[in-house]
Design a protein around this ligand. Structure first.
Ligand code: NAP
Length: 311
């Protein structure tokens, strides 16, 4: 005799908000736009990636972005600087890139070696080439609600909601993390989308008290398993920005987010997977910023040339 459970349909899992199809769509548009740029200006724009000191996780990420550059028709230029370098020498290298008309965008791979002050390096990037929005000018524009370059990961965490048709306006949105590159700009962008935003951090007491109130939860703490199912309310939409390398239990390693997927999956309404959620979208958005930077710079240079010819 068959058990009633045998006949029951498989329990559907949560809705997975995958970034890859959205990223592929953006990349397809960018491939056409970069081809048109090359046609108009006679060259492909260059993205310079500054890497100070060798760092294995960075190397994996850099190969990924260089591959994406190649896919859409952008010149990727890896600028490798030895870890023993002085802060002045790093800034001089960035100033050379600022002055190079072929370089449309500059990103500096984090973390920097401990003796290189982050603030000094960030300040030396030309805001017009700061396509990951880390310069104080772009951060200021974001906080004032004006157009500037947005930090791509923060933008991706909001964009994945918007492009998945999830309404933000009026919702109780909780962000875990307040870093300048992810948590803080994500909170500002979510406010711009009219969410009612609460920001949690390492000194927040009783994280679960706040997360259980969330209708949308963005997690960007860099702590695997920080958020478990019992900290969530049924139906919550979760964007897991965390990328953590942990042992896979078979002698190897695997990537996980900050949310304990197994305990969360039966509670959430929708969730971004790790890998394959926010990550793929980040690179695609970064290259869309590069297109905008390259076009602005090329048009400005053409106007200057025309003005000089007219003199
Ligand atoms: P970060 O600079 O280390 O900032 C982490 C933030 O989380 C801080 O604000 C910290 O609070 C908070 N935090 C840490 N432990 C906490 C805890 N137990 N409870 C509550 N809050 C806690 O990291 P990040 O650069 O923002 O990156 C965050 C995560 O996103 C990392 O896993 C990173 O790998 C990932 N990431 C992903 C992408 C992507 O494309 N998907 C890109 C960049 C980064 P305090 O401010 O109090 O220290």
């Amino acid at each position: 005799m068959s058990d009633a459970r045998d006949a029951a349909p498989a329990v559907a899992g949560p809705r997975l908000l995958t970034g890859s199809p959205i990223a592929a769509e953006i990349r397809a548009g960018l491939t056409e736009d970069f081809a048109a740029f090359k046609e108009r200006w006679g060259r492909a724009p260059t993205l310079a990636i500054v890497l100070v000191g060798a760092d294995a996780p960075s190397a994996v990420y850099l190969q990924q972005i260089l591959r994406t550059c190649a896919k859409v028709g952008v010149e990727g230029r890896l600028v490798e600087i030895g870890a023993e370098v002085t802060p002045d020498a790093v800034c001089e290298e960035i100033e050379r890139l600022n002055a190079d008309p072929e370089v449309a965008g500059i990103i500096v791979q984090m973390p920097l070696p401990a003796h290189i002050p982050l603030r000094t390096v960030i300040d030396s990037i030309d805001p017009a080439k700061d396509i990951d929005g880390i310069h104080p000018r772009n951060a200021g524009l974001l906080s004032l609600g004006y157009d500037g370059f947005l930090p791509a990961t923060a933008q991706a965490s909001v964009e994945i909601l918007k492009r998945s048709g999830i309404e933000i306006a009026g919702k109780r949105v909780v962000v875990i993390g307040r870093s300048n590159v992810v948590g803080k700009p994500a909170a500002l962008l979510l406010m711009r989308e009219h969410g009612t935003v609460t920001v949690l951090h390492s000194k927040t007491r009783d994280l679960g008290h706040h997360t259980r109130d969330a209708e949308i939860l963005i997690v960007a703490a860099g702590r695997p398993g920080l958020v478990t199912g019992e900290m969530l309310s049924p139906g919550v939409v979760v964007v897991d920005v965390g990328i953590n390398v942990v042992p896979d239990g078979q002698g190897g390693e695997k990537l996980v987010g900050d949310v304990d997927f197994e305990s969360a999956r039966d509670v959430v309404g929708a969730i971004t997977p790790v890998p394959g959620g926010v990550g793929p979208l980040t690179n695609a958005l970064l290259l869309s910023h590069l297109l905008r930077a390259a076009t602005d710079q090329a048009e400005r240079a053409a106007r200057q040339t025309a003005a000089e010819v007219a003199k």
